[in-house]
Design a protein around this ligand. Structure first.
Ligand SMILES: [Zn+2]
Length: 426
């Protein structure tokens, strides 16, 4: 593909669905059935002896369950197959060390979603400047907001098409996330400068050339007050509930209102991340970030029962701000955007980038004057500046020293061949 200047691109596009209340109920039912299917599968897996845990046996069990249990039958056969596939993939991810072992999905903790794995079933048509229509199995023909030109109808082909979709419910209701595959002109290699990025706590994003990107609070003072008020109300109602009593409709409504406000903050954060990463990816040819393993940082603070963590309270405060800034998501977004603009993104090992002086390269005790200010204690140097700017300069320096880890994206991608069974499996 690449020799003729075209490159295959896969991406997701999310659109809001306009469902009637009856259709919402149908979609809800399917999502609950999909979750139950997952839980049944997990129970089956734990019950079965090791040698009988095969895809064929699981498939047979699923078919039987769909015949025997009425409310599982509302889930279309294709979606049930997708649950099976996702469950086995979850085990593969676990064996490869990418994720924890799959577990049961709780009703309140899991995102409601249904797979529509086959793109041709969707039969998408644009019916209006702002509306498209699609078929959803066992729900019917539904409208969705048309905000992006999708490869449908005459524009669709073997290379440009929608390969599948997934229904996802969030605080704003049901959405459809299309899986799109297109063939696009390969971007020219980006000739822009190199830049190191520190995604910090004082400054959300600090660049090695001194530029910083900041944002305000995600919620206004009024919205924050309201959130606090709702949380207090929910706690109070929960307190007055008798043991074994069902959650009241009022309490459910309060929970929904809380979730709505939190989702609003998240949408604003995501919007900021998208705008900022686009600016960076357009401007710089080589982007260098720290290789941080955030899940480990969050986990290690708590420690284990035998070996409890140190300074748990301070560290969990740090963890909160890391999660709040959604560090990993910024890097993920930046990775694919750098590639789209012809640039590359590199990761460098992170130890000491915030403690080392970027002018003389020495680590001196007491150099962190405060969270925000870095002052080098080396008598021959004495460099001082913003701590995040210092870290960003160190990150760029590590890359120039040739210490970059395997490129995460871009021109020099080294990808493992697909469908190779990892050595760790079974
Ligand atoms: Zn120094």
């Amino acid at each position: 593909m690449s020799d003729c200047g075209l490159v295959k691109r896969r991406f997701g596009h999310r659109a809001r669905l306009a469902l009637s209340s009856a259709e919402v109920l149908k979609a809800d039912g399917q999502a609950h059935a999909a979750r139950t299917m997952w839980n049944c599968l997990h129970a089956w897996w734990q019950m079965m002896p090791k040698e009988k845990r095969t895809l064929a046996n699981a498939d047979a069990a699923i078919r039987q369950a769909r015949q025997d249990i009425d409310f599982l039958a509302v889930l279309p056969a294709q979606a049930a197959q997708a649950v099976l596939k996702a469950y086995f993939q979850a085990w593969k991810n676990c064996w490869d060390g990418r994720a924890d072992a799959p577990n049961f999905k709780g009703r309140l903790r899991s995102v409601m979603s249904v797979d529509v794995p086959q793109g041709r079933d969707l039969n998408i048509v644009r019916v209006h400047r702002r509306w498209g229509m699609a078929n959803i199995p066992k729900v019917g023909r539904v409208r969705f907001r048309w905000t992006k030109d999708l490869p449908v109808g005459k524009r669709a082909g073997a290379e440009n098409r929608i390969t599948g979709a997934r229904l996802v419910k969030d605080a704003l209701g049901w959405h459809i996330a299309f899986r799109v595959q297109t063939l696009e002109i390969k971007p020219e290699p980006h000739t822009g400068p190199e830049v190191g990025i520190d995604v910090g706590i004082n400054v959300p994003i600090a660049l090695s050339d001194g530029e910083t990107y900041e944002h305000g609070e995600w919620l206004t003072a009024k919205e924050k007050t309201r959130l606090l008020h709702l949380e207090q109300r929910a706690a109070q109602r929960k307190q007055h509930r008798k043991p074994g009593e069902r959650t009241s409709r009022r309490l459910h409504r309060t929970y929904d209102q809380i979730a709505g406000l939190r989702a609003k903050a998240k949408r604003r954060a995501l919007d900021w991340q998208h705008r900022t990463t686009t600016v960076i990816a357009k401007q710089y040819g080589t982007v260098v970030v720290e290789a941080l393993i955030i899940t480990n940082m969050v986990k290690s603070a708590k420690g284990t029962v035998e070996k409890p963590g140190m300074n748990v309270a301070q560290k969990s405060g740090l963890n909160r701000s890391i999660s709040g800034e959604a560090w990993g998501r910024t890097v993920t977004i930046l990775t694919y955007k750098a590639v789209r603009f012809g640039g590359t993104l590199h990761k460098v090992p992170s130890p000491n980038t915030s403690r080392r002086c970027s002018a003389c390269g020495l680590i001196t005790p007491g150099s962190r004057e405060s969270q925000a200010v870095f002052v080098c204690r080396n008598p021959d140097c004495g460099w001082s500046g913003n701590a995040d700017h210092n870290a960003a300069r160190n990150i760029l320096h590590l890359y120039r020293m040739g210490l970059a880890l395997v490129p995460a994206a871009g021109r020099a991608v080294v990808r493992r061949a697909k469908r190779v069974k990892p050595a760790a499996a079974r």
